[in-house]
Write a protein that binds this ligand. Structure first.
Ligand SMILES: *[C@@H]1O[C@H](CO)[C@@H](O)[C@H](O)[C@H]1NC(C)=O
Length: 221
């Protein structure tokens, strides 16, 4: 949400042409939103990076960003699998829909937990990996992390949002296939997503053909 707000803010700021000499500060406010764009407004190709917890105007810091998100497609989505037999952070194997050889340590009799990262994150680091570690301390699980980081790359929030239904759909295909081809128990499947990943989790539930999810966990912050 913050990111959407920032993009809206950046858009609104570039739309204003008036250029006052003096821009008042508002000390004590975490984010000072100016009414006008200052003279030294950065040219296209830069993005406003607001500074929180500062009395500096939000346009004070800029960095160069390309105007468009890097090319990425559904082929960049990977499904990373950890089990008790390959539990190390870097020991994940990659599940490929329709490829029985990719099943590796997957065990359909164990409960399956799918974790989905959010905007500007990755499935092979951070909380999905920590969740894997904690789950595998508790018992035998198939932990699948949906790695869609290339489609969720910052600062292109609208582009990430656009990919949410497709990533959810693809993950639903994976789960339908695991159910059909690898004997995954439908009753033992849990899906948990953070931020935009929570929306992906919802899209997974919508697109499943062969079974329904018992429940979905979504978290914001
Ligand atoms: C999901 O994927 C299938 C197969 O690729 C496609 O036919 C369908 O239109 C997709 N649905 C959505 C909502 O993207």
């Amino acid at each position: 949400m913050v990111s959407t707000l920032l993009l809206l803010l950046a858009g609104a700021m570039t739309a204003v042409t008036a250029a006052p000499q003096h821009v008042p500060r508002a000390p004590g406010h975490a984010l000072h939103v100016p009414q006008h764009v200052p003279r030294h407004v950065p040219h296209q190709g830069h993005q406003y990076v607001p500074q929180y917890a500062s009395d500096r105007a939000p346009w004070h810091v800029t960095r160069h960003v390309p105007q468009h998100a890097p090319r990425a497609s559904l082929e960049d989505v990977r499904f990373l699998l950890w089990t008790s037999n390959n539990a190390g952070d870097d020991e994940y194997q990659t599940l490929k829909i329709g490829d029985l050889n990719s099943l590796g340590h997957f065990n359909g009799n164990d409960p399956t937990v799918v974790v989905v990262h959010g905007f500007s994150n990755h499935g092979y680091e951070g909380w999905p990996v920590e969740a894997k570690t904690e789950l595998l301390k508790l018992g035998s699980y198939n932990v699948i992390s949906v790695e869609w980081g290339k489609l969720a790359v910052a600062p292109w929030y609208p582009s990430a949002v656009k990919h949410v239904p497709q990533v959810g759909n693809l993950t639903a295909h994976l789960l339908d296939w695991l159910h059909e081809a690898a004997g995954m128990q439908a009753a033992g499947v849990q899906v948990a997503g953070h931020s935009l990943g929570a929306h992906v989790a919802g899209a997974i539930g919508q697109n499943l053909k062969n079974f329904r999810l018992p429940f979905i966990t979504g978290s914001s912050f």
